[in-house]
Design a protein around this ligand. Sequence first.
Ligand code: C2O
Ligand code: CU
Length: 408
Amino acid sequence: MPGREIRLRAGEQLDAVLRNDLPEPTTLHWHGVALRNDADGVPGVTQAAVAPGASHRYRFTAPHPGTYWFHPHVGTQQDRGLYGALVVEDPHEPLAYDEEWTVVLDDWLDGVTGTPDEVLRELRRGMDMSHPGRYMLMGATSLLLGGDAGDVRYPLFLLNGRTADAPDALRAKPGTRVRLRIVNAGGDTAFRVALGGHRLRVTHADGFPVEPVDTDALLLGMGERYDVLVTLADGVFPLVALAEGKGGAALGIVRTGAGRAPSASTRPAELERKVLGYRQLAATPAVRLARRRPDRTVTLRLAGSMSTYEWTIDGRRYDPAYRIPVEGGERVRLRFVNETSMWHPMHLHGHSFALGGAGGPRKDTAIVLPNETVVAEFDADNPGLWMIHCHNVYHAESGMMTVLGYRA
Ligand code: C2O
Ligand code: CU
């Protein structure tokens, strides 16, 4: 792990066979891709789950270049390392760089302290101050996340499948211009990412180009991706992904020259400098959503609590038969109203919305802070049944998912 990266060019068709060697049903979801609905991989909505021993063929065209990823859409499977990066190359790539490195981040406990299913069971028993559980994390806070940082205690954080005491080495010559494709594949952890001794030029958010902006650090909620360009200095540099508010970190070593590798606990100063905020991001003209009066506003109230561990959207736990009504061709304005004291990385399938409204960065996943309202607009131009859900695996499995559907 991560699984083998899949690469194709925009406009090409991916033809992939999932063979289920797991002892339980599964599917694959191609996160962020505006694909044909029947390849979206949501059990009971776009396909039947693939039984143990059975296979399923996914065929779809990837219309937009960018950094995506794939993972199962069943239970807590995604928190067991079942994921990989999906890179859709641009046949007319406008950026100039010498190399590209994919950096996949994850939080890990499976087989170390327990299993994701045990975590879910414990969380669902609800919060009991007198019996602090084995997995439930209490008191982890983050200013960037507006309070409570997460629900789950992970013993390890991984960068490309490796722990901080046996880190991945990324090698190049000094002066190399590298494109980093950074993916947060975690279950319950936001990562704050920085490369010691360097600034990062952000070029893409969730696969789509943004007006380039320089930053010291990035914050990625689960499901989010950023592409950055960096010109490497001479030496050895830590690429650190701090588990935001939780304390640990994932690490990679960027090596362009001689020098001792930094220790597992190294924390470059860049982590404490400027962290990119959504307000600094704007779509490039080529992918900017045209200004248009929304035909419909869909308000999604996010509710729930740690004490009951039931998470709802508009007072409803996930019901695969329920549909948020939308009509094909409409400009839809989504309003995520967070009434909880937790942050939620909200994800829309099959579309890239304009965060904040037309002109905003095109994204498919956005962090909604506690007691905050986030607005996003999209055009209903890809008919089918599409999930909207929190990309915290444990919130999603405890109800925070819904379905939006429309015909052409
Ligand atoms: Cu990566 Cu339904 O999500
Ligand atoms: Cu959530």
